[in-house]
Write a protein that binds this ligand. Structure first.
Ligand code: ATP
Ligand code: MG
Ligand code: MG
Ligand code: MG
Length: 480
């Protein structure tokens, strides 16, 4: 079953259960300052859950474009390292706005997976929120999942495991206990069952989360009961496709096979010598072209602050991976055509914006290719020197110079360093940034005092503010 058919089957199934098929909302949330990018299907229904907004329907189903490259849900660092994480992915969801609750949600999920997608029941594991006896009983007594494959998981207060069966959209907003469904890819793959100490492998893959929306968390940390208990679910289309196409990694599904081939052709066409088709770098590129293209579709352009800076960071990271494979000229924008071929039917806005997306990415590449060779030379030389002395912490001053002079976002430098088991001295980087900001401020004041035109601080400073935000939330990767 192709990804496109899986999407259709999901939506039609829930339509047959009285759900209204609603279009995906943009990846840039229209009116939610708490969110950098849309990170889940429920985002567009946030106010409906909160009781501020009413719809003509009480059940909905969507295939939502999501980006998790910043804020509470940030998977940027996972891409290329796990078989299951993307920066951009499609989340299939069904929603009940004060209509059905646990019983129906669980039974719909089971019926769809086992009767329509024909997944073998014995390969499915479920987790429930530790104290949620009701959900446990429904799985065990009504659906018939044996106790050995039902795991109770708390809200990860101790932070020991990745798993967390209390779902939150962000630090504020609708939230609640959840039950999740995992698929066992079999003993050939490393990793333990959910809740075990080695659960972070790729053997037992989380495919579907069913959240029982019951609270609104406000800034003071207080949980307020929602007007009506509701349901919000999310299943990663790419992960389900991997299961249904009998492959283990998301990167082996039809859509990614096509994108990887296009990425290889583009990189080879830009000077690489028949690059390794299985390299992690190619996967990063195939992943990042989706996040970059869909953010440009929604009006973001690469820049030095906020969303524009996230886009720039993702694009430059992809370009650096192409460079690593041997590309010496712009290649990234050339993959847009294949992306449109793969996803333009489901998301017509992508097809419509094809020329613009291609042009925006091409310009960003041309800009970055002017400095990447010099920057990489400095980076490589520093790393070679470090290897000699056994130093594994990359100097913050050099990381700052790479950022300031060569346009290397610090996470790009960290990405290169990570390949050689080196970490970046973030505190040193921050100190260099602060010093430069203060110098620029003083210079600005000086100019104003002289009655000269104030030119404003260099734009890179906004990027810094943004990065700080990123860092303060990056630990959340391990607790969501
Ligand atoms: P994981 O633990 O694997 O990081 P999650 O618990 O953070 O996933 P949820 O917030 O529960 O994910 O999102 C619902 C579903 O969306 C997941 O069950 C998964 O199928 C899918 N999903 C989540 N993050 C990603 C991602 N980065 N790439 C692809 N699919 C994802
Ligand atoms: Mg999870
Ligand atoms: Mg989850
Ligand atoms: Mg996650």
């Amino acid at each position: 079953m192709k990804a496109a058919d899986i999407r259709q089957t999901f939506l039609r199934f829930f339509e047959s259960k009285g759900h209204k098929i609603v279009a995906s909302s943009p990846v840039v949330p229209g009116d939610d300052p708490t969110l950098l990018f849309t990170n889940a299907g429920m985002n567009q229904f946030k106010d409906v859950f909160l009781g501020f907004d009413k719809r003509a329907y009480s059940r909905a189903t969507t295939s939502q474009k999501c980006i998790r490259a910043g804020g509470k849900h940030n998977d940027l660092d996972n891409v290329g390292y796990t078989a299951r994480h993307h920066t951009f992915f499609e989340m299939l969801g069904n929603f009940s706005f004060g209509d059905y609750f646990k019983h129906d949600a669980i039974q719909y999920a089971w019926e769809l997976l086992t009767k329509h997608f024909h997944l073998p029941a014995e390969k499915l594991w479920v987790t429930v929120y530790a104290e949620d006896d009701e959900a446990y009983e429904i799985w065990n007594k009504v659906v018939g999942v044996p106790a050995e494959r039902i795991v109770r998981i708390g809200d990860n207060k101790g932070g020991r495991y990745m798993s967390d069966n209390f779902w939150m959209m962000g630090d504020t907003g609708p939230c609640g206990p959840c039950t999740e469904i995992f698929y066992d890819h079999g003993p050939d793959v490393a990793g333990g069952p959910p809740g075990s100490a080695n659960e972070d492998g790729d053997r037992y893959i989380e495919i579907w989360n069913n959240v029982f929306m019951q609270f609104n968390r406000t800034e003071d940390g207080v949980m307020h009961k929602l007007p009506k208990p509701s349901v919000d679910t999310g299943m990663g289309l790419e992960r389900l496709a991997a299961v249904l196409q009998h492959v283990h990694s998301n990167y082996e599904i039809d859509l990614f096979v096509a994108l990887l081939a296009a990425a290889k052709a583009a990189v080879d066409g830009a000077g690489a010598q028949d690059c390794d088709k299985d390299s992690a770098s190619l996967k990063v590129i195939a992943d990042h072209i989706r996040a970059c293209s869909f953010t440009v579709v929604d009006g973001v352009i690469p820049g030095n602050e906020g969303r524009g800076y996230v886009l720039r960071r993702i694009a430059r990271r992809a370009i650096r991976h192409g460079y690593k494979l041997g590309a010496r000229a712009p290649f990234f924008h050339k993959i847009v055509a294949e992306l449109v071929a793969q996803m333009g039917e489901a998301y017509p806005e992508l097809r419509q914006a094809e020329a613009r997306v291609t042009e925006v990415l091409k310009q960003e590449e041309e800009r970055f290719f002017q400095t990447i060779a010099n920057g990489m030379e400095i980076l490589d030389a520093a790393l070679a020197e470090m290897a000699k002395t056994g130093n594994t912490v990359f100097d913050g001053e050099t990381a700052f110079k790479l950022h300031d002079t060569y346009g290397f976002p610090v996470d790009l430098t960290a990405d290169v360093c990570r390949e050689r088991d080196v970490t970046v001295d973030q505190a040193g980087f921050d100190a260099a940034m602060t010093r430069q900001r203060e110098q620029a401020r003083a210079a600005g004041k000086f100019k104003m005092a002289q009655g000269l035109e104030y030119s404003g601080a260099p734009t890179a400073f906004h990027g810094y503010e943004h990065l700080q935000y990123e860092r303060s939330t990056i630990t959340a990767v391990y607790v969501d």
